[in-house]
Design a protein around this ligand. Structure first.
Ligand code: PMP
Length: 351
């Protein structure tokens, strides 16, 4: 066997591109268009040489305590990681490598399939309903290794009520159920309170969207103390110092400024609702989004054509090469001015 035949080969997740043009309108990776809290900038000025020279607090305790206080829970029910992608990768490794099939929606965050393949986890993709709601997860079934779904779902933007999450958990008491709430701050209600009632439910969230800190890579999970301790055991078997000190400190500053957080989320929601009306007037259809993006389709022009045209204008949106959704574009909600620039172009092109 050659060395190359002995190599582990995987198909990686492909994130949205990060172009760097000064006049671009970047609406392709669901980042926040506003800066993080001014308290984050102030905290950054206080970072000194020690933060670089010394190892970080391996438990990221200050951030964990702040999150626990913010969500009215105990610190031993909180797990933090380098973005929710890191948290989710460890969740897959800890809870889903039991040999039984993992269930996730057919249309969802495509990283789930990548992690399942990476860890050789068998899986079943459950088709959505005709109007793209989650389906089949509330049916009791034997031999389920785990369940994960995004709520609101991505890239559809559709939110399922907490009562639905509870039905899923009730139907599957014998496996871990993970609700990926990356976008929940933009209008959905979190299933976090249910983690007090069900010991097999884990809720995962991120600082990348609503807290304007994608570049700092901060994600977290909240759940029963036992779940969190299993997760930590796996995490500390890979890397003791997962988060860097700067991220821990700046994340802490962001959690403390709740008023600012609510203001920017409010602005994004307001822009989204206005943008939906403008897009409908241009002949676009879309599911009702509860996130910081809208998943749109035009009755005359294909998603790919629009994506490529917009690129020529330095306007970046996301298009997926999946036959189930390749008619669609996922457009992040930016500032009102950014959305106006997109709309101005579309009005001329489609008009
Ligand atoms: N879950 C979902 C549903 C997402 O869309 C994303 C963003 N790509 C993530 C998790 C990961 O976000 P991050 O690693 O930046 O926290």
């Amino acid at each position: 066997m050659s060395w190359e035949e002995k190599v582990r080969k995987v198909e990686p997740y492909v994130p949205g591109e990060q172009p760097k043009f000064s006049d671009m309108v970047k609406l392709n990776t669901n980042e926040c268009p506003y800066p993080p809290s001014p308290m984050v900038e102030q905290e950054l000025k206080l970072i000194n040489e020690q933060e670089f020279r010394l190892y970080p607090d391996n438990e990221a305790s200050e951030l964990v305590h702040a999150l626990a206080a913010y969500y009215h829970t105990d610190s031993n029910r909180v797990f933090v990681g380098v973005g929710s992608d890191d948290v989710l990768a460890q969740v897959f490794l800890t809870f889903f490598t039991n040999g039984q099939p993992l269930l996730f929606p057919e249309i969802t965050y495509s990283f789930y399939e990548v992690w399942a393949n990476l860890y050789k986890i068998p899986y079943k993709k459950l088709p959505l309903t005709e109007d793209w709601h989650l389906d089949g997860f509330t049916n009791p079934a034997d031999q389920v290794g785990g369940i994960i779904f995004a709520n609101p779902n991505a890239p559809t933007g559709i939110y399922e009520p907490v009562s639905y999450v509870e039905e899923v958990v009730k139907a599957h008491p014998d496996c871990v159920v993970v609700a990926d709430e990356a976008y929940v701050d933009f209008g959905g209600e979190s299933a976090l309170p249910l983690t007090e009632k069900y010991d097999n439910l884990l809720v995962v969230q991120t600082f990348s969207k609503s807290r304007a800190m994608a570049g700092m890579r901060i994600g977290f999970a909240i759940g029963n103390e036992k779940l969190i301790s299993y997760l930590k055991a796996v995490k500390y078997s890979i890397n003791s110092y997962t988060m860097n000190t700067t991220s821990i400190r700046l994340g802490l500053a962001a959690v403390r400024d709740d008023a600012y957080f609510k203001t920017i989320v409010g602005k994004i929601v307001e822009t989204r609702e206005w943008f939906k009306k403008e897009m409908a007037a241009l002949g676009f259809t879309f599911p009702d989004s509860m996130t910081n993006f809208v998943f749109v389709r035009h009755n005359r022009v294909s998603g790919k054509e629009l994506y490529e045209l917009l690129r020529t204008q330095n306007i970046f949106v996301r298009h997926f090469n999946d036959p189930l959704i390749d008619d669609y574009l996922r457009i992040t909600i930016g500032t009102r001015e950014q959305m106006e620039r997109l709309l101005d172009f579309l009005r001329v092109y489609l008009g």
